[in-house]
Design a protein around this ligand. Structure first.
Ligand code: SAM
Ligand code: SF4
Ligand code: SF4
Length: 334
């Protein structure tokens, strides 16, 4: 059975957050002032087990989901994630990938690939050690993340996608350096406009560097041309270096929203399903999973939710909705 929402959008991708914890405190995601000692992260027994996640994912697959991304928080902090990867790989999805801050990747890349992971996305906001340390706000060295990326390449988790969130006055002077570092490597940098996710990162429109500006910065030195999307609903727009040295991506959720092609659902670590990154509420699946719901019951719940879906936050992004309390990025997983 395939589903369509009220705007005719299919359900194709599922992002699964497996923890709300992280060893970084990126200021745009988990600012230290809020995510401090007093902050109450989810207790272990509230997290969906790997068995529950796999069962639910198999129900999603029956409804048309073919692309699954494991995320967090920092997903590699959850013990035994390789076991989850192996279980999900066993479902025979078209695409199984994971987004990580790369801090633990050097030691884990080979095992993840062996378990059946296809690709990995690594977040890396700057190559400048001081800027990177300030952005992750725990003084984590950029060299370790670069080694993690190399380990991922060596393990065949390619092409590695490198996510750089661009914030004006913070790391925008490193756009060209980032592009040039990965030019010709076969890996793909994706420049992401700083988004107003959650309610704690102090987002201001002035902090956003519009994608066109990023594009102009790069193309002034290395001419690029647009390329067609790999599949309908691909989030990043693709651009190729004219001299054949690879491609970059731009995620334009502020300057050019892509809600019309948004085919993703998001499952939080405690089993709440959201149909939009900017949702203010979701539907709990943990209780039904733990109280004997059948696969048919779960299918019914997902179908009802998706078929009623009207989300297009980024297209509206104005007026009242902006001020409602939204779920945090570290909770829902990006
Ligand atoms: N911890 C992992 C990581 O950083 O890759 C996975 C979770 S993280 C929430 C997923 C992605 O969301 C990262 O690439 C991160 O840079 C991005 N992100 C977080 N907050 C953001 C924001 N306010 N605007 C744009 N991207 C954001
Ligand atoms: Fe952690 Fe990723 Fe959020 Fe940074 S973006 S604080 S690494 S969850
Ligand atoms: Fe999808 Fe919501 Fe983002 Fe629009 S704002 S692209 S509906 S997640």
């Amino acid at each position: 059975m395939k589903l369509a929402d009220t705007r005719g959008r299919a359900l194709r991708d599922l992002r699964i957050s497996i923890t709300d914890r992280c060893n970084f405190r990126c200021s745009y995601c988990m600012p230290k002032e809020i995510f401090n000692r007093e902050y109450e992260f989810l207790q272990r027994d509230l997290l969906l087990t790997f068995e529950e996640i796999t069962r639910l994912t198999s129900v999603f697959k029956g409804l048309g989901v073919e692309k699954v991304r494991i995320t967090g928080g920092e997903p590699l902090l959850r013990r035994g994630v390789e076991r989850l990867v192996a279980d999900l790989a066993g479902l025979g999805l078209d695409d199984l990938t994971l987004t990580t801050n790369g801090s633990l990747l050097r030691r884990r890349a080979a095992a993840l690939a062996e378990a059946g992971l296809r690709r990995v996305t690594v977040s890396l906001d700057s190559l400048d050690p001081a800027v990177f340390a300030a952005m992750n706000d725990v003084d984590f060295p950029v060299s370790d993340v670069l080694e993690g990326i190399e380990a991922a390449v060596a393990a065949g988790l390619t092409p590695v996608k490198v996510n750089m969130v661009v914030k004006r006055g913070v790391n925008d002077d490193g756009i060209l350096a980032m592009a040039e570092h990965f030019r010709g490597s076969g890996n793909i940098v994706r420049f992401i406009e700083f988004m107003d996710v959650g309610s704690s990162n102090g987002w201001r429109l002035d902090d956003v560097v519009p994608a066109q500006e990023i594009l102009d910065t790069i193309s002034a030195k290395h001419p690029i041309r647009p390329v067609a999307a790999n599949y309908p609903g691909e989030v990043a727009t693709r651009w190729q270096y004219v001299d054949g040295q690879g491609e970059i991506g731009l995620v334009t959720s502020i300057s050019k929203p892509f809600c019309a092609g948004c085919t993703r659902a998001r499952l939080s670590a405690e089993g709440v399903l959201y149909t939009c990154l900017f949702a203010t509420s979701g539907v709990d699946f943990r209780a039904p999973l733990r109280s004997g719901a059948s696969d048919d019951d779960l299918r019914q719940m997902i179908a009802e939710l998706w078929e009623a879906r009207t989300d297009r936050y980024s297209e509206l992004r104005s007026g009242v909705t902006v001020n409602l309390p939204k779920v945090e990025m570290s909770y829902i997983g990006g």
